[in-house]
Write a protein that binds this ligand. Structure first.
Ligand SMILES: [Zn+2]
Length: 154
């Protein structure tokens, strides 16, 4: 167990690649890789990313950061179920229609419902992935750029 303090460096909870090191004379830390700045609450053993509203929080449990939270927002199962429903439902509905009224093969556009179901699935999945990336402010571009470096370390 190693309580959060302003002398050590910690793995960055945003990019998970860099280290956050304390900024001199401030209750704050900055990542040496993605340059995110965090404010530190030693009493709550918590850091906050003020760059976005509402701020994202991480709790230090002595070994690693616990899942990001939006300040004042609980991300519960309701959201996860809603996300799954959004991805699964539309293609399922289209699939059901195809199943009830199968398109006659070799007629013009008989493939369209199948492609439509696939596109519906991909589009909704894309929305969820984009929301998650947006929510965590995950620096996707930096992460891809650091891939060779990460692979070499393994
Ligand atoms: Zn970082």
């Amino acid at each position: 167990m190693n309580p959060l303090n302003l002398h050590d460096s910690y793995p960055c909870p945003v990019c998970r690649i860099g280290n956050t090191t304390p900024l001199p004379l401030m209750d704050a830390m900055a990542c040496d890789f993605c340059s995110q700045i965090f404010t530190v609450d030693l009493e709550k053993q918590q850091i906050k990313m003020p760059a976005r509203q509402p701020p994202l929080l991480w709790n230090w449990n002595g070994k690693h950061w616990q899942d990001a939270q939006l300040e004042g927002v609980e991300l519960g199962w309701g959201y996860i179920l809603a996300a799954i429903a959004l991805v699964i439902l539309p293609p399922t509905l289209i699939g059901l229609v195809i199943w009830i009224h199968p398109p006659v093969a070799h007629t013009p556009l008989f493939w369209l419902p199948y492609v439509w179901a696939g596109l519906g699935f991909l589009a909704h999945l894309g929305i969820i992935v984009w929301l998650v990336i947006e929510f965590y402010q995950f620096p996707l571009r930096l992460w891809f750029r650091s891939l060779p470096q990460q692979l070499r370390q393994r």
